[in-house]
Design a protein around this ligand. Sequence first.
Ligand SMILES: Nc1nc2c(ncn2[C@@H]2O[C@H](COP(=O)(O)OP(=O)(O)O)[C@@H](O)[C@H]2O)c(=O)[nH]1
Ligand SMILES: [Mg+2]
Ligand SMILES: [Zn+2]
Length: 303
Amino acid sequence: MAERVAGVVTAVHGPLVRVQVGVEALVVPARRRLRWPEATADRRLVVGDHVLVEGSHASRVVAVVERRSTTLSRRSPGENRSRVIAANVDQAVVVTAAVSPEPNLRLIDRLLVACHHAGIAPILCVNKVDQGTDGIEAWIGDYQDGGYTILLVSARTARGMGSLKRLVAEHTTLFCGPSGVGKSAILNAIHPGYRLVEGSISEATGKGRHTTSTAQLLPLPGGGFVVDTPGVREFGLWDLAPAKLPECFPELARFSRHCSFTSCAHAEEPDCAVRDAAQRGELSSRRYTSYLKLRQELSESLD
Ligand SMILES: Nc1nc2c(ncn2[C@@H]2O[C@H](COP(=O)(O)OP(=O)(O)O)[C@@H](O)[C@H]2O)c(=O)[nH]1
Ligand SMILES: [Mg+2]
Ligand SMILES: [Zn+2]
């Protein structure tokens, strides 16, 4: 009788996966006829997958994958297919630096949209506030208007780390954002035992070097997990209907019930309360433009 134990995938290395089973970390292959829940579109194991491991000692294999509660996906760069980043994550911390590397607001907007679309609670985290916060005043209000949870932290001085620790406790939280913003440094500040490799910002380009090459799920000492991910330069949205996009911009969606058309796309339609709000300055015109650009892109990808 084969022994079956439940575990969670903490890393994927080609054909081998690392699975945490209780306090034990196993490195095992997947069975050739791996059993997937019927509805799973992308059948490749990712960090966060809940699995059943069968067999004993050297003959252990991943035999069954459990249904995913959430799936965070992106368009695979340069391909017309999706790539799942992580499964069963319930929160995502979108990390930016206050000063350097320069905040990429379009990328932040995309990552927030991807979270809404996946049903994952987004948190915005501005790291490296030890380098100054004057520059963030120009845009942080946009996200306050959206009702986002915002944390100003410094992995270097430990500012804000208490709040961040409380937010991640007992949850499965994915950390994402461009390279060099301090995702790994923040996780090391949360738990020094992770000993994640931190990169340095290139003096020449001001850009981060890639040091985290694959996503990894790390158990939190007090319960829950965090996921460290490699930096993203771009993030293509996947499988999102343009009509669903307004819900992914919470402060924009608030105005939409006053539009003349219930199916208003908030673009060229007459009597659009969203466009009016942007013109009056009640809605950030930068966020509105971000919405219009994403909408255009999503409509084009349907053609
Ligand atoms: N001044 C300052 N530098 C930081 C802070 N957090 C991280 N860094 C530095 O930023 C660089 C990139 O950090 P890293 O954690 O590798 O970024 P990641 O690519 O997002 O994982 C490293 O040189 C860190 O030492 C911070 O709070 N303040
Ligand atoms: Mg890193
Ligand atoms: Zn409208």
